[in-house]
Structure formats: C-alpha cells, structure tokens
Write a protein that binds this ligand. Structure first.
Ligand code: ADP
Length: 486
C-alpha cells in the first residue's frame, strides 16, 4: 500500500510524534504500522521513550495555563477551525484510517464525521461552562461554585476507532481548558498524528494537544499515573487494562474516566417489528465487523418469533460483502489481528461443542489473512463463552427465551453494563424493560445509539464517567466552592 500516493494531501501522513508543537523522532527508534487487509507495512512511526512522554507532560503543563485563561469563546473559535479542517479532509483521514485499521472507507468516513462532531459540539459548549451561586447560610455569606479545568489529561485509546476515540476525549478536555496528551493504540497511530497536523493548522497552541506514539502502552500508562503533572487519566479499552490503570492511578488519587468492555444484549420480543429488528441487529452486530464495545454480543429472541427472525437475519448476513476496505462496495473488512481471529474461532468452537449450530459462515474467509466469514449461530445458551465474554468479531449468536423476566435476568447476568438494545412495541413493556436493564445505554427499537449529543458510558465494570452531551464536559472540570463573607 503506497498510502501517501492515495492522499490528496500527503502532508497528513506523518511518522513522528507531536510534542509541545514539535514533530519529534522517537528515542526508542520506530515501530511498524501494518495494513490489516494486506499485512504490509505502511509506516514506521516514532517510538517515544518514557522520558519523552515526561517531556510531553511538562510541555502540556506549561501550555495549559494560557489555554485555560482564554475565554470559552476563544477556545470555541479554534475548536471550530479544527472541526472544519477534519470535515474538509475527511476523505484523506478516512483513507489513512482504513489503511491502518481495515474498516471500509465509507465507514471510516462516517467515523471521521462522527469524531469531528464531538469537536463541534464541545467547542460550542466551551461557551457554556456555567458555575452556580447558592444562597448563603448566614446574612453576610455568598456562596459560589466555579468550574475550572482539571489540568493536563493523559489519554490511552484502542485501535477500533482510531479517530473518534481520541476526539471524544480531546474535544471536551480542550473545551474545558485542559491540555491533552494522546497515546494512540500502536496498531493505529496514523489517524492520531493526522489529527495533530490539523490541530496545528487550526491554531491550537503548542503543547495543548500532543501525540506520543509508543509501542509500550504500559510505560506510557505508568508515566501518566506517576507523573504529578498529569491530573486526569482517560482510557478506552478492556476492563482488564482499565483495572490495572485504576490501581496505578490510586497512588496519586488521580481522576479517571474509563470506557471499558461491554457484553451488549440485543433483545427481540414477540411484538417487535421483525424487519426493523433485523436491520438494527445487522447495524449493531456487524458495524466495524463486530469490533465495537457497543456491538450486540448476545442476541436474545423470544420463542414465538425465533425461527422467523433467524431466517431473516441469515439472509441479511449472507448479503455482507467482505473485502479490502480501500476497494469500493465493501461492507466488512478484515479483523484487526490473528489474535482477534483466534478469539472468534475459540468462541465458535466452544458454542458448537455445546450444541450451537452454525447457520451462516463460521470459517476464515477465502480472502485469507485475518478476513473472517460473517457468521450466524443458533441454539446458543448461557453456558457458552459467547454469553459471558465479548467476541469482538462478526459472529451473531442467537439465544432463545420465553418471557420478559427470564430475558432481563439473562441480560443482566454479566459484570458488564455498557450498551443494551431491545425491540418491542407494547408501551408498558418498553418502559419496564428500559428501566430494568442494568446498562448505561439502552437502545429501544434502534441498533445505533452513538451520538455526540447523548451521554455515552457504562455502569458496573464497563466504566466510569460519560463521553458526549453536556455531561461529558463535567469529566474534565473541577468544582471549586467559594465561600465569601461580605
Ligand atoms: P483492546 O482489546 O481494545 O486492544 P486493551 O485494553 O488491550 O483493549 O487496549 C486498549 C489500549 O490500552 C491500547 O492502546 C493498549 O495498547 C493499551 N494498553 C494495554 N495494556 C496497557 C497497560 N498495562 N497500561 C496502559 N495501557 C495499556
């Protein structure tokens, strides 16, 4: 893949880190970035040492005060420019994203618009960081609440949304007046670095937005947690790594936002509009080839419509076109790695050994590499691995259930609590089920819930904090109570 040759603006493709407004080489050499559709190396990116991350922290600290001192309206103006530049360069940004991550170009372009929407939204919110006045407890007392930026933010993000997972954090951080250090996933640093090119062009001051590519996530994580210059850690990834980071962050009692794993149930009741439910399940399950933390992981279908739903879903799955995301007309790309394929195979083998039936797909795709056939399994039960672990691949497992109470109990029987979905028409059922699901997000008669306008986040072991909506700004603000005697 000659990636630079595919871009209208080849300057968006950078292999160096971005620290304090400078483009730097890595003290630890470089690491390779591969195109998962072809397996070839597309870039050799600067591998920053832990000491260089410490430099980034110092630069971010130095830049933060002036950034916070600007008016919200001034920050909003700069963020608006950044948003505009993302949208103007959406084609190139999507090409870079597809090349390093694999999702189809059209889907990648959707991610760019989605990622950019957070910058637009939080830029606007920068003007509305309202405090509060509270009537005093004594005649001479006036009480005030000020909202102030937390300070330097360290961010660690995964490969499945190489653009949006960063903007979802950077946008509210910068709007609030924090400075930001992004450590992108080693699989997908190029989208983060392209964001930095555009941040620089938008006039975001040096040191306010930094990118520290590194092949050693744990070193960066330690620096973020141990360096007193960092005041907040924001992470998206697995619950396993989230726990490690929370433990590390405890020493400095650091504020943390955590978007962790999910195990989303997708429930289809007898009274659902079946065609709508199939469409929702397709979007929800197969978006990003099943590699999102809000993808349906368990599809529960009520007895009376089970067979009809399975048949319709099977037809829809057979229509998915798998291929290289850079070619046109492709619905699903490769999986990110061999490891990801292994997990899918393991879940399928486990389900089959316990009586599950593969109705569509079930095997590696003829295209080779990490391509896998979109798959439907029926007869799935709570004893199988797919019931308790996130598959993170193109496998739709169908469970059968009898009544509402049974399915709510099964849906909630997990340590996770991020997204959930159900399809039903009966109004009292809709209310009851929406309230009973122990999840941070409930999609009712829809399979797509992500928008910058809503508060995205999980309960239980799926995380802490929210991203998106005005609530998302609070994750980057401190409250200061001022008690004044006049
Ligand atoms: P995923 O399955 O999405 O890759 P992970 O939790 O393994 O989920 O990874 C999410 C991000 O966290 C990645 O960028 C990864 O490099 C990083 N990471 C993994 N281990 C650690 C760690 N010990 N400390 C900090 N970051 C880590």
């Amino acid at each position: 893949t000659n990636l630079a040759g595919l871009l209208k603006d080849p300057a968006l493709l950078v292999e160096r880190g971005y620290v304090g407004g400078e483009w730097i080489e890595g003290d630890d050499g470089t690491f390779d970035v591969k195109n998962p559709a072809r397996g070839d190396v597309i870039a050799r990116v600067a591998d920053l040492s832990r000491a260089q991350v410490a430099v980034a922290v110092a630069r971010a600290e130095a830049a933060q005060k002036d950034w916070a001192a600007m008016t919200g309206k001034e920050r909003a103006g700069i963020l608006r420019k950044w948003f505009d530049l993302l949208m103007e360069n959406a084609d190139d940004l999507a090409t870079i994203l597809t090349a390093e991550m694999g999702k189809p170009h059209a889907e990648a372009k959707g991610e760019i618009a989605y990622g950019a929407s957070y910058i637009e939204f939080f830029g606007e919110e920068a003007k509305r960081i309202y405090g509060e006045t509270i009537p005093g407890h004594q005649r001479d007392k006036r009480l005030m609440v000020l909202k102030q930026p937390i300070g330097v933010v360290g961010a660690i993000t995964p490969w499945n949304f190489p653009n949006a997972m960063i903007t979802r954090k950077a946008a509210p951080a910068l709007a609030a007046g924090c400075s930001f250090i992004s450590r992108p996933a080693a699989e997908t640093p190029l989208s983060a670095l392209a964001l930095a090119v555009l941040a620089e062009r938008a006039g975001i001051p040096a040191g306010v937005f930094n990118v520290v590519p590194s092949s050693s996530a744990s070193e960066v994580g330690k620096e973020f947690c141990e360096n007193p210059g960092v005041r907040k850690l924001t992470f998206t990834g697995s619950t396993e790594v989230g726990r490690i980071l929370l433990r590390q962050a405890a020493d400095q009692v650091m504020k943390c936002s955590m978007e962790l794993g999910g195990n989303a149930p997708f429930i289809v009741f007898d009274d659902a509009d079946l065609d709508a439910a199939v469409e929702g399940a397709m979007l929800c399950k197969f978006r990003n080839n099943g590699q999102t933390c809000v993808c349906a992981n368990r599809i529960y279908v009520q007895d009376g419509v089970y067979d009809a739903f399975a048949e319709k879903l099977a037809d829809a799955i057979r229509g998915i076109k798998v291929g290289d995301g850079l070619s046109s007309g492709v619905d699903a790309g490769p999986l990110i790695s061999e490891e990801a394929v292994e997990k899918v195979r393991e879940h399928l083998a486990d389900a089959e050994s316990k009586g599950g039936k593969v109705v569509v797909g079930g095997k590696p795709h003829d295209l080779g590499g990490t391509f896998f056939q979109p798959t439907l399994v029926t007869g799935v039960t709570q004893e199988m691995k797919v019931a308790s672990e996130e598959t993170f691949g193109p496998v739709a497992p169908l469970f059968r259930f009898k009544d509402e109470d049974e399915v709510i109990a099964m849906a909630n029987d997990t340590i996770f609590g991020l997204a959930s979905y159900f399809y039903a028409k009966d109004l009292s059922r809709v209310y009851k089920v929406a309230e009973a699901l122990e999840y941070g997000i409930v999609g009712v008669n829809t399979g797509i819930i992500s928008t910058e306008l809503g508060p995205f986040g999980g309960v239980k072991q799926s995380g802490l904090g929210r991203e998106g909506s005005h609530h998302g700004l609070e994750d980057y603000l401190e409250m200061k109570y001022v008690c004044m005697s006049i």
